[in-house]
Design a binder for this molecule. Structure first.
Ligand code: GDP
Length: 488
């Protein structure tokens, strides 16, 4: 495979510094080993500890995953409804089932966080296959599957009312930590075969005990855990003391956690890779500079000239795109400049209006420095179509295309944008809701890290004495969601 468009860097590190395992079937998933050729920014290097941990984890997934004897016996245990206690048939095979939901960005962040938790607790990760995970992403682990085989799985309904919800079992005393000794407990309670970790929008303070050391000890006694969340909970895991040493070794660069996990886990399937590469070659490859602009708008919002102004002011004042000449007759230099820089702008949005305005602006006016600006947008789906495959494919292709640009402008609070910036390894310029003049020039501000924000994060530490954004220096409140937490 030869790729004519990249600059002088001809040797591509297709395994991302050892992050990816060699030896996968290349035909089954073209993107896995080709993606490095499309990235100008090679990204951060993973630590050796992370690389060796991933290889060990792959072996665990193979040994205990669906189709193995260990999996069958663990499933029998789960069906029996009884807790395996201290002696499951195979003590090394313990499981985390991750159920993610909502938009694609949410689902990607939730699955990445579940994987981090699985790595930290040596559990096999199985993901819900009912929301297109298998159609959008290649298998991340060699010679096994991460898709939960629902048909043979005995449980299906997980909600606030589930008896085995962890927060509920803590609240009603079915599960107790050492600190609880002395409080009255129901007579002879036997823990169930699994615990359900509910980190949905309606979780309680008891559910959030998940982020506490003593509770992690309790959870380690379950062979099966099921987790349902739409959030990037990784910053919360950095607050659990017993995980901190391992996390330091895995991720010496705290702001690159999702960057590594995302590049490791999420490889577009061949169909989506076709959407990405065809678009890239036609619209982005030739440009000397590629600027990605994510305009997250909702169907009920009117087109906003104010937001358009913010986008153009941000891109021009921060030096991403050239300014325009106001007069109708541009200087000769602007029309004849040969060798002037070429800029390709990739806009992603549910609506076409912002793209049409920007495209018109750079056609009807000359740029002040003679640079060429071409503006494109792959689709405008108008609204979010739940469960429609072609819509999901486009969303994933567009997130990925954004991640192939050289500079990124994003809409705050959007998980769609978070995934793009993390995969890219870029700190984006975030469009501010109000031009309040406090941050930067007021139109947008540079994000403090590559990391996504954990939106519905715990507010305090486990003893409820400290603000969660002030416990460790690398977990802070987010700029776009002040109650959220992010790694910096
Ligand atoms: P968030 O809601 O911004 O946090 O992002 P999500 O990805 O979780 O959910 C938004 C969903 O709306 C996406 O997954 C897409 O289905 C759709 N969507 C939003 N913006 C775009 C866009 O720019 N392009 C496409 N193709 N779909 C989008």
């Amino acid at each position: 495979f030869s790729f004519p468009y990249t600059s002088t860097r001809t040797v591509h590190d297709r395994l991302h510094g050892g992050l990816l395992a060699a030896g996968f079937d290349q035909e089954a998933c073209h993107s896995r080993y080709q993606s490095a050729m499309y990235r100008r920014n090679p990204g951060r290097r993973p630590s050796e500890h992370l690389v060796s941990k991933l290889r060990r984890h792959e072996a665990l997934q193979r040994r205990c995953g669906p189709g193995t004897a260990a999996y069958s016996s663990a499933l029998e245990q789960l069906k029996s409804g009884k807790n395996a206690g201290a002696s499951p048939a195979d003590p090394d095979c313990r499981y985390l089932v991750s159920i993610s939901y909502r938009g694609l960005g949410n689902r990607i962040l939730a699955a990445a966080s579940a994987f981090l938790y699985a790595l930290l607790t040596d559990r096999v990760l199985l993901v819900d296959s009912s929301n297109e995970m298998g159609e959008l992403f290649c298998e991340p682990f060699p010679d096994t599957t991460w898709l939960l085989p629902w048909r043979s799985f005995p449980l299906w309904n997980f909600s606030f009312d589930t008896q085995e919800r962890y927060g509920r079992m803590r609240e009603n005393g079915v599960l107790r930590t050492n600190d609880d000794v002395g409080s009255s407990s129901p007579a002879e309670v036997v823990p169930p075969a699994f615990a359900y970790i509910h980190l949905d929008y309606n979780h309680t303070a008891y559910d959030q005990l998940f982020f506490c050391d003593d509770d992690q000890r309790l959870l380690s006694s379950f062979q099966w855990l099921v987790m349902r969340t739409d959030s990037y909970i990784a910053p919360g895991l950095f607050l659990v003391e017993s995980f901190q040493e391992e996390l330091d070794m895995l991720f010496p660069e705290r702001e690159a956690v999702f960057h590594h996990l995302g590049r490791y886990l999420f490889h577009p399937t061949n169909h989506v890779w076709g959407l990405i590469t065809r678009y890239y070659r036609a619209n982005l490859a030739w440009a000397q500079r590629r600027v990605g602009i994510q305009v997250r708008v909702f169907p009920w919002e009117p087109d906003s000239p104010e937001l358009l102004e913010r986008i153009t002011k941000c891109t021009q004042e921060e030096g991403m795109l050239p300014g325009l000449v106001e007069t109708e007759e541009p200087a000769a230099a602007a029309t004849t400049a040969s060798g002037a820089k070429s800029n390709a702008v990739l806009i992603t949005s549910l609506k076409a209006w912002y793209y049409e305005q920007m495209k018109g602006m750079y056609w009807e006016n000359a740029t002040a420095n003679g640079e060429v600006v071409v503006v494109n947008q792959p689709s405008h789906e108008e609204y979010q179509h739940y469960g429609v495959k072609s819509h999901e494919y486009k969303a994933w292709a567009e997130i990925y295309l954004l991640s192939l640009t050289d500079m990124l402008v994003t809409t705050g609070k959007s998980t769609f944008g978070y995934v793009a910036q993390g995969l890219a390894g870029l700190r984006p310029w975030v469009l501010l809701k109000q031009a309040n003049g406090t941050a930067g020039h007021g139109w947008c501000s540079r994000d403090m890290s590559l990391e996504p924000c954990f939106h519905i994060a715990p507010s305090y530490d486990c003893k409820r004495r400290h603000d969660s954004g002030e416990i460790v220096p690398h977990v802070r409140h987010c700029e776009d969601v002040p109650t959220g937490l992010k790694l910096v």
